[in-house]
Design a protein. Sequence first.
Lengths: 276, 415
Amino acid sequence: MLDIQGRKVAVIEAGAGDPLVYLHGFADVHGVAADLQPFHQRLAQAARVIAPAHPGCAGTDELAGGCSIEDVLFHYLEVLDALRLPRFDLVGHCVGGWIAAELAVRHPERVARLALIGACGLFVPGAPIGDVFMHAQPERGVDYTTLRSLLFANATAPVALRFFPDGRGDIEEEMRRYQMLRFGSFVGFKPPYFYNRALIERLHRARMPACVIWGEHDGMVPRAHGDAYVAGLNGTDGLRIVNGAGHAAPLEQPEATAGIVREFLAKHLGRAPANR
Amino acid sequence: MTFPVKLYCWHFMAYPHLPADFDERYDTGWVTVPNRLWDAQKSRGLYQQYIDQLAYGDELGFDGMVLNEHHQNIYGLMPSPNLIAAALSQKTKRGKIVILGNLLPLHLSPLRIAEEYAMLDNMSDGRLIAGFAPGSGPETFNYDVPSASSREQFWEAVELIQRAWTQDGPFCFEGRHYPLRYVNPWPRPTQQPHPPIWIPGSRSRETLAEIARRGYCYFFSSRSHGKETAKSQQQFAKVLDEHGKSYQPFRMGILLSAYVAETDAQAQAEAKDGVWYFLKNCLKGHLRREGRQLTFGPGIPYIPPEEFRSYLQFSDPTTPLLGDAENWDDLQQSASIIVGSPETVANRIMEILAHAQVGHLLIQFHLGNMADALTRKSMRLFASEVAPRLRAESTQLFTRAFPDMERQLAAEMAT
């Protein structure tokens, strides 16, 4: 636990090497899982992975009086300072990808290399981001099929059923999901729905090497958003698709997703955080 | 001086012209229920019929008429209850006009509500009861109210409205959500210092504490009245106690639905269509497991995490809700829609009052697609044969249970 001006922030760390800050999404560590999952562990074989939980999530205190995306960004500047990380690699998934992109355009000097996985954050006309809140309301009080369909390529895959089971689940797991939705509600319930219209025009400021990764069947953030990130960022090699995955690519295809991130980091070894 | 229970007519103004196979073909009556089902031709005169039913309640001697705000659903066709209240202010002369309430976070500025309510109070010559509500699940989806912060926003809005009515303007309101440089509404309300304020609540202790602290009336927003209602009344009494105040029945109201006919059998036969239309269509998406319930749950995370934890601990997601009732026996269990002869209805309502001593009974007579003539007959029988008994017996009950009520009420009026 970090202490930021009296606020507790839960952080999980694993591995050694260049610092890699991981900002989580819904179907992810801190969002639904208490611990790092195989995807994060694969990253930790090649880096020092630092995964803070968003305000309200997994034991991190909520920000007083709610929080807008701007409040969250300032919060993360304080977290990064407290972690003594002047420069780091940044990987974000889903809403964590949005926060990562916002940090990268504001402080490009601190972000060595940037990877976004199924990131929301952009407004793309005609391609709305799925309504995770409506689908988080179960059918017949117990059936989460449509939520799993939104987040996973296969709604009946074991990993989907593990983290989004039908019926009343374990209370601690229910609470973890509730807190994640509550965080999501603060930053993305009302228009803008998990996007910032200004972000797309600002992406050019993120001049670091970047990698944009998308699940082949992402049902929450349409692939057009991935294309828009690729078009707006400078240093990408085009959109990298994780075959057989949906929005929760890190949970669904951990090897393939982590493999793309590690390959990207290896390709840009000369731009690692230590090599300014 | 005696204090009988106060009896109000509540009209939800349901959409009555759904196709007979609605329940089979559509998964909800809320938010996404396709509005191509609106039949403009059949709906001509609908609002007039509903307004006239409420005005008829006033003629019959009910203590007031109750309206509330809903959006994009078939359950209640009153996105703006203030428009209906304006019509009632001109058609009636006696009963209170209770708006329960305006959904504050849905409006651009609460100042507009302070102004409209003050107009209604003047137009009705001081008959307005001003309800404020934060809205729940459906509204968060309909109006994109970010539910996690809506509670804080709500109480700030209430604060602004009460100050707008009571504090001389112009003054500057330094709110977080609704900062305003010039608060100075014209007109001011007829009732001084301000119209009575009612606030709905059910699960939240925080809400009860605010109601107690500010001296408002608590409307327990549950449709069922088993043990929970008595528990809720006791909980509110305890919270009042903690705030150095004491409970008396006119600090609290509940909602019931009733249908009265000459005999129990006749009442069931006459109410059948309206009741089951209401349960299966209007409650689908709200108080029914079938389909997707949008009223409460993890996708509408407005309640503080610790309260959600206790909800998870003490609730079972497979427990049937009101709209899951399959027959009259199920319905009887929920003590929500009371159908029967005048004697049956009076007995069952007195049973509720014996357990939860609540002074304001808000009664829904029109259910679903109930015919106008039947609705009026039920209201008439209630007024002539049920109401006198309720008034007499509740007076005895309240006098016994609250011997100090006269002094309490006088003290509350003075503050």
